[in-house]
Write a new protein. Structure first.
Length: 223
């Protein structure tokens, strides 16, 4: 499933999740620090996990950073558009991150290292808040989402091999259930109907594992 046999943007919308938004006035550094320091009881989602079990192999450990940028006009999430030639998730919108390397002492180290390599964002600008539950992707990865506050000003530089573009989306948009669409596709030869979230924003199409992990951030902050 590394190379998609379908175009997710052309699939019809099955439904809108529609839950109330996380109140924008709570999306502050102090509120987020408190939420991660004292997490509530909540239940994560994972639409893609059954596909990993069907694959019959152990998932590959990976980690991503959810970089919440502290902008004056409101917090944003930094995302990347991947280049089209990559083997995994080519051309898709992604969080900076990648496979766990044997030199990495933790998922946090993986996320910080990969972020610096992919987008040139140095770890001195990143305040780690904590992690969300691991997310299992249909492409066979077990991803740990690491959440961090990013303190401007900072430099960024896209790795031309992996990253086509770096951009930011208002966090309030992503944390509103009215912007969370569910779409589905019947996978050829697998006898499986795959459902996944999409969060279109302008010319960018957030979907799949990235949207799934954002749904879990949404649930965690709403709980």
């Amino acid at each position: 499933m590394s190379k998609l046999s379908f175009n997710p943007e052309t699939l019809p919308v099955d439904s809108i999740a529609g839950e109330p938004a996380v109140p924008p006035d709570t999306l502050t550094a102090s509120w987020l620090r408190e939420r991660f320091a004292n997490p509530p009881a909540w239940s994560p989602e994972n639409f893609e996990e059954p596909l990993v079990r069907l694959a019959g192999r152990a998932p590959t450990p990976a980690a991503v950073l959810m970089p919440l940028v502290l902008r004056e006009g409101g917090m944003t999430l930094l995302l990347t558009q991947r280049t089209a030639h990559l083997n995994d998730h080519a051309g898709q919108v992604s969080l900076p991150g990648g496979r766990v390397d044997r030199v990495d002492a933790s998922a946090v180290e993986t996320a910080l290292r990969e972020t610096e390599e992919e987008v040139g964002l140095h770890r001195r600008h990143i305040e780690i808040l904590g992690s969300l539950p691991d997310y299992f992707t249909g492409t066979g990865f077990q991803v740990t989402p690491v959440v961090g506050l990013v303190h401007p000003p900072f430099d960024q530089r896209a790795d031309p091999f992996e990253v086509e573009e770096i951009f930011e989306v208002p966090l309030a948009f992503l944390l509103d259930g009215a912007n969370h669409q569910i779409r589905s596709v019947d996978l050829p030869g697998a006898h499986v109907r795959r459902s996944f979230y999409t969060m279109p924003y302008g010319r960018f199409f957030v979907w799949g594992a990235t949207a799934g992990m954002l749904r879990n951030l949404f649930h965690f902050l709403r709980a």
